[in-house]
Design a protein around this ligand. Structure first.
Ligand SMILES: Nc1ncnc2c1ncn2[C@@H]1O[C@H](COP(=O)(O)OP(=O)(O)OP(=O)(O)O)[C@@H](O)[C@H]1O
Length: 332
């Protein structure tokens, strides 16, 4: 494992609604190392994007309260100044978001958009920047970089646009890349290519990558470590092998069951009953997943759930992971 890159301890990110603050990220702790892809998974509304934005300093601090610690390299990011984040974003930290069209400027040619980040963070000559832009476009798998550099975003396919976003994100060789649903807007074949690209960038640049997704299917052969979030909390974390081969928390078990399987094509897809509670309705006591697994008796949950480590490096919140129900002879 590479050296530690980012360590988050007891992070709370709360949004102001009226006069009250509500935690969208509630006591999250995790670590990412260099050379590692850490996937953060969970349904929509579990707090994944809120967590990512806390790391890269994109919250409006007039309406958001962040407490706890985010240590990146040797710097504390909770409470860091906007200038500090401006300096980190694009240089030490790269970002890739879901919708490449929204992230690109429709009126600027590709070359100008990729070069912008070099203009901001380096004092290279124009010729050197031009060379770097072409090299980056080639590195992200775009054929004919000279031509692509002259094009506008609307002239490119969705997959090509996402490659441009990745080129911008890696332009300054960041130590940490945060990719928030980088493949959600793309079709399945392109999805696989973009994930391959992220993996090869990680291998070449030795970066740490945080891959945020609601889809456990994309995690299986991309990630090294997995963090499962539910209702603002980490409910399970472990290596990709542990999470896929020995999932513990009933939420993780349900997420895995809801991945479409080729051999069950045509069967009804498993869906987790109920929905993630909204911030205002978030229960503060007990296991937050309990209302969605009524078959697990109350006595199986902890009143105040704690993190357990039933096997080395594999963590799970609440004792309810020890209870299973059997459906068609299968434990769920
Ligand atoms: N700026 C904001 N102000 C108030 N509430 C917010 C804000 N951003 C997110 N929330 C709320 O915080 C909770 C977590 O949202 P978040 O977007 O982090 O979840 P997510 O897991 O990333 O979901 P998605 O995959 O849909 O982006 C949700 O209840 C959401 O409504």
């Amino acid at each position: 494992m590479g050296e530690e890159l980012l360590t988050i301890n007891h992070l709370h990110t709360a949004f102001k609604r009226g006069t009250e603050y509500f935690d969208a990220v509630d006591d999250v702790s995790l670590k990412i190392h260099k050379d590692e892809i850490l996937a953060i998974v969970g349904e929509s509304g579990c707090g994944k994007t809120t967590l990512a934005k806390s790391i890269i300093g994109l919250h409006d601090l007039k309406r958001t309260k962040i407490t706890g610690n985010i240590k990146f390299q040797d710097q504390e990011l909770v409470g860091a100044s906007p200038e500090k984040f401006d300096q980190l974003r694009g240089s030490d930290m790269g970002m890739i978001f879901q919708d490449p069209l929204a992230a690109l400027n429709p009126l600027m040619r590709v070359e100008d958009q990729v070069r912008e980040v070099l203009d901001y963070h380096t004092d290279y000559s124009a010729t050197k920047k031009h060379k770097i832009v072409l090299k980056l476009l080639d590195q992200v798998g775009l054929e004919n970089p000279e031509r692509v550099a002259r094009q506008f975003p609307h002239e490119l396919s969705g997959g090509m646009r996402q490659r441009i976003i990745i080129a911008i994100a890696i332009a300054c060789k960041p130590e940490l890349i945060i990719a928030d649903e980088p493949t959600t807007a793309l079709d399945v074949t392109i999805q696989a290519q973009i994930l391959d690209l992220l993996r090869s960038i990680q291998a070449q640049n030795h970066a740490g990558i945080i891959l945020i997704t609601h889809d456990l299917g994309v995690v299986a052969d991309t990630a090294d470590e997995v963090v499962v979030m539910y209702a603002g909390q980490v409910v399970e974390r472990g290596t990709v092998f542990q999470i896929f081969n020995h999932p513990l928390h009933p939420y993780t078990r349900s997420l895995l069951k809801s991945i479409p399987q080729a051999e069950h094509e045509g069967d009804r897809l498993y869906a987790i009953e109920g929905a993630v509670p909204s911030l205002a309705k978030m229960p503060h006591d007990g296991c937050r997943f309990a209302p969605r697994i009524p078959w697990i008796p109350e006595s199986a949950h902890e009143k105040t759930p704690t993190m357990h480590e039933p096997e080395e490096g594999h963590y799970v919140l609440c004792t309810c992971y020890q209870t299973f129900k059997f459906e068609n002879g299968e434990a769920v």
